[in-house]
Ligand binder design. Structure first.
Ligand code: ATP
Ligand code: ZN
Length: 285
């Protein structure tokens, strides 16, 4: 039987989340022993540990069948692979930043200026789109120090909290790209490998859905049931069971994380008591 070869980042910001996701899909493999490739025990899959920048290339060439990589790295690589899905972690943005003491009103002010970045393609296409011409200096690491050493007037780099910018005397002025980790695949996967991929994607979706939803149990006086049920759409509709206590019911449902606290308040206001919220391990529709 063929094995699906999955490339993940060896060591870095996407490594732990990638490994956790695979494990939560019920797929286990030996703890990293510094090896480049390892086989899963319980799923027809091999895992390749690579530098993130190499992943699009390896997937395009079929050295790996699928991979987990940041959209920033994927788009910058310009490789031809298919995106299967966004997987929700590794969220960050690519932004332009200038020294804090400079007044900045709009992108036009970067006309003719030097911008240091490790993302020349994404930056170039953003500048073209906004009809600004600048001098792009490609540097591979520590982009944020470029203005203070006189190498550039501005930088374009990955930002998550902004603390690196702050400590280098920079301020973020434009967001040019929003990124998260994506699952990518080779464009010529065999039917057999596609079948394994479908099983993997099915499991990943169940895990992601579970992470976004919570199981909720509450007690409600029967007079409030109608109102409470209207607040809880559930997957189909909530389960309602009579309590031993006369005139009361127990309601079970699933709610999303998105408007979680708002929902809880509305339920309390509607008369719900003894609200119990629990994590869901897998959720399959
Ligand atoms: P490698 O050694 O594999 O080349 P790297 O140093 O290029 O690693 P990391 O810093 O580990 O890369 O970041 C990997 C990816 O994680 C980035 O390309 C981006 O998609 C995402 N990322 C970067 N910064 C953050 C952040 N602060 N929070 C979440 N995700 C981030
Ligand atoms: Zn890298």
């Amino acid at each position: 039987m063929q094995k699906l070869k999955l490339a993940i980042q060896k060591k870095g910001r996407l490594s732990d989340d990638s490994i956790n996701l695979i494990n939560e899909c019920g797929i286990s493999f030996p703890k990293s022993s510094g090896k480049l490739v390892t086989a899963a025990y319980d799923f027809p899959m091999e895992i390749l540990f690579l530098r993130d920048d190499d992943i699009p290339d390896y997937v395009q060439d079929g050295v790996a069948d699928i991979g987990i990589v940041g959209e920033n790295v994927l788009v910058e690589s310009g490789k031809n692979v298919d995106v299967v899905s966004q997987i929700g972690f590794g969220k960050c943005r690519l932004s332009l930043a200038v020294p804090r003491n400079i007044t900045y009103n709009n992108l036009k002010e970067l006309e003719g200026k030097a911008i240091a970045t490790s993302y020349p393609k994404i930056l170039q296409s953003y500048l073209e789109q906004h009809q600004v011409q600048a001098d792009i200096h490609v540097i591979s690491g520590s982009v944020e120090i470029a203005p203070s050493i006189g190498l550039a007037d501005a930088i374009c780099d990955i930002v998550s909290t902004g603390s690196t910018l702050l400590s280098n005397g920079l301020k973020e002025v434009e967001t040019i790209f929003q990124s998260q980790a994506v699952l990518i695949k080779n464009q010529q996967l065999s039917a057999e490998k596609n079948e394994i991929l479908n099983q993997l994607v099915f499991r990943m979706e169940a895990v992601r859905r579970a992470q976004k939803n919570k199981y909720i149990l509450l007690n409600a006086p029967n007079a409030s049931l109608e109102k409470i049920i209207s607040l809880l759409p559930g997957i189909n509709s909530p389960t309602v069971q009579a309590l031993a206590k006369e005139g009361w019911s127990s309601v079970h449902s699933v709610i999303t994380e998105k408007d979680f606290w708002e929902k809880i308040q509305q339920l309390k206001d509607a008369g719900a008591e003894g609200i119990l919220v629990m994590p869901i391990e897998k959720l399959i529709y």
